[in-house]
Design a protein around this ligand. Structure first.
Ligand code: FES
Length: 108
């Protein structure tokens, strides 16, 4: 049986990326300014990219952070400093801005 290749020890970790929707509904709700706010606060090792529709149009502007798979909704430019400091630099996502359709909470 052929051996499978050994995993590469020096594979770099996946780059964190902030995807800011720039499609119709999100644009109408100010996502261009949200994208500009992220671009104005660069974080080493984090890419910021405009994205097409992410399927969460009713709760835009939509911002998704990968590979964390954290979805933020109704993001305003004034929310960006908190996301940058607490999540992107501090590693603690901002739960108050989570998209509740994706990050469901259960109350007992
Ligand atoms: S238009 Fe932004 S999620 Fe659909």
């Amino acid at each position: 049986m052929p051996e499978s290749p050994a995993p590469e020890a020096d594979t770099p970790p996946e780059t964190r990326c902030v995807l800011v929707c720039q499609y119709q509904s999100c644009l109408r709700h100010g996502s261009a300014a949200v994208l500009a706010a992220f671009e104005a606060q660069p974080v080493p090792g984090v890419k910021v990219e405009a994205s097409s529709c992410q399927g969460q149009c009713n709760t835009g502007p939509t911002v998704r952070v990968t590979p964390d798979q954290i979805w933020y909704c109704r993001v305003k430019p004034s929310d960006v400093p908190l996301i940058v400091e607490q999540h992107l630099k501090g590693g603690k996502p901002v739960e108050a801005l989570f998209n509740p359709r994706i990050h469901m909470r259960y109350y007992y």
